[in-house]
Design a protein around this ligand. Structure first.
Ligand code: PLP
Length: 292
């Protein structure tokens, strides 16, 4: 139940449908966002909405899709979706896609549509994941390499690798996958950026093969507030094995400790103190308990 915003209209959930010849369904070109709303003293608050909308507009721009709505309209629509669904907290999915106006690969005859849905969503990587940490497997699939610039876009077609990587990880008893880039350096999780802690410093891959995550950026700011040095560099898989702590960040995964990679226990095998500190600060921030 509930409502979904589609092209400027609030539709009942069941009526927000597309045709089977929807272009994006066939060729995969489209862009989306994952946004969370959190319960705060002032009601539901959408965390860094303007930044998510900006990234959606940029993703569309990279894909040369002409979004028919400006950022203000999209922001207002997101707020309306949360409000009209009566959500105290939840996950939102804005997505732009090409319509069913034509087949074939040319796009100039196609309309760009925008939909925004929202629903309640708890912890992404399992109920215990936040405290216990998760088991991760390095994927045999590499981070999508069509175009490095596309790392800046949350583009629909980019997620085949992520999905196959996650399936592979789940099939081998792990909770999440770690994808390497084409040169074998650590890129990111299937839907998360990755961080390491070693000797009191934080390391994270440069943005050459990972999405410019908004949670990543929040963690960089929180680490700066704590005066913890952060180094953005190429990271190898064995550096993860010998890290003191490791964690994933993402709108869905929030700040999730990694306790094991490829059967190697990381650090103490438990959520480390730096991870815990950043996790606490992150949750304070998203719940409006701090204004950093
Ligand atoms: N990397 C990938 C591939 C993602 O899909 C996501 C999306 O959530 C992230 C990283 C994390 O980005 P953000 O923190 O903006 O949600």
């Amino acid at each position: 139940d509930g409502v979904i915003w589609l092209d400027g209209q609030m539709l009942p959930w069941r009526e927000a449908k597309v045709h089977v010849l929807t272009h994006t369904l066939h060729y995969g070109m489209g862009a989306f966002e994952g946004v969370r709303a959190y319960h705060t003293d002032q009601g539901a608050a959408i965390f860094r909405l303007a930044d998510h909308t900006r990234r959606l507009c940029r993703s569309a721009h990279i894909l040369n899709m002409k979004l028919p709505y400006d950022a203000t309209t999209i922001n207002d629509a997101c707020r309306a979706v949360v409000r009209e669904n009566g959500l105290e907290a939840g996950y939102m999915r804005p997505m732009c896609f090409y319509g069913a106006e034509g087949m074939g690969l040319r796009a100039d005859n196609l309309q760009v549509h925008l939909m925004i849905a929202a629903w309640p969503w708890g912890t992404y990587l399992g109920d215990d994941s936040m405290e216990q940490g998760i088991k991760v497997r390095t994927s045999s699939y590499t981070r999508h390499h069509v175009n490095i610039t596309l790392c800046k876009a949350k583009a629909n077609g980019n997620y085949m690798n992520s999905m196959l990587a996650l399936q592979e990880a789940l099939a081998s008893g792990c909770d999440e996958a770690l994808l390497l880039d084409n040169e074998g350096y650590v890129a990111e999780g299937s839907g998360e950026n990755v961080f390491l802690v070693r000797d009191g410093k934080i390391y994270t891959p440069e943005l050459t093969s990972a999405l410019e995550g908004i949670t990543r950026d929040t963690i960089l700011r929180l680490a700066a507030d704590l005066d913890i040095p952060v180094i953005e560099k190429r990271i190898t898989r064995d550096e993860v094995y010998i890290a003191d702590e490791a964690f994933f960040t993402g709108t869905a995964a929030e700040v999730t400790p990694i306790r094991e990679l490829d059967g190697r226990v990381i650090g103490s095998g438990k959520r480390g103190p730096v991870t815990e500190r950043l996790q606490t600060l992150y949750f304070d921030l998203v719940h409006g308990r701090s204004d950093k």
